[in-house]
Design a protein around this ligand. Structure first.
Ligand SMILES: [Zn+2]
Length: 218
């Protein structure tokens, strides 16, 4: 029975390099189209889009939105770029604390947090640094946290057919913090368990306790 034994390869992901965008921007809208609409939005909000501080805002918003949704044009096989390796290793691999930033599809406001990705290899592993990049590819879209979590898990499953994949995602949503219920400290946790992590309760519980232990040690 596949088990997440104590011997664990854990890799703490390094913070994203701020100046190294991992995904090329390829929005369908020609340059300036979104900016022109943003100018109207600013006007409709009762502001003067011609005043100094706002003059270049529509352009900046266009650039920001294209970057924040650049995951749509991400090609996972291009990101992985052959970094799949045949190994004789069958213990759990965990990449934890992967920072991500996404936008909720209901309000187009950010949600952000940390994702922990684990898998039980079946003779194949994926380059560890590729996992945060896969997370980014799915986070940089209009998303809901549940789907984002599931997509990351399915993507890893599709790439290396491991015996199991588990993704746990902890996030805070600006649409809850700044509007609506205005709860600043409530977070949402979602998980996607595939293969052995779904079918073997023991395997799942071992992983969850590994993640919990670590939280306590901070
Ligand atoms: Zn929302």
């Amino acid at each position: 029975m596949p088990r997440a034994r104590a011997k664990v390869a854990e890799v703490k992901s390094s913070p994203a390099k701020k100046n190294a965008p991992v995904i090329e921007m390829k929005s369908a809208a020609p340059r300036g189209v979104i900016a022109a609409r943003m100018k109207e939005v600013i006007r409709e909000l009762g502001e003067d889009p011609e005043r100094d501080g706002l003059l270049n805002t529509p352009d900046r918003v266009e650039k920001a939105l294209k970057y924040l949704t650049s995951g749509y044009s991400a090609d996972i096989s291009e990101i992985v770029n052959g970094a799949l390796f045949d190994v004789n290793y069958d213990e759990v691999v965990i990449v934890r604390d992967i920072e991500f930033f996404s936008m909720c599809e209901h309000h187009m406001l950010p949600f952000f947090g940390k994702m922990h990705v684990a898998y039980l290899p079946d003779k194949k592993v994926i380059g560890l640094s590729k996992i945060p990049r896969i997370v980014d590819a799915f986070a940089r879209r209009l998303q809901i946290q549940e789907r984002l979590t599931q997509q990351v898990a399915e993507s890893i499953e599709g790439l290396i057919s491991p015996r199991g994949v588990a993704v746990v995602c902890e996030a805070q949503h600006f649409c809850m913090m700044m509007r609506g219920v205005e709860k600043q400290h409530s977070g949402a946790i979602t998980s996607a368990m595939l293969g052995a992590f779904r079918t073997h309760k023991e395997t799942r519980n071992e992983l969850l306790s590994l993640l919990a232990q670590r939280t306590k040690s901070i």
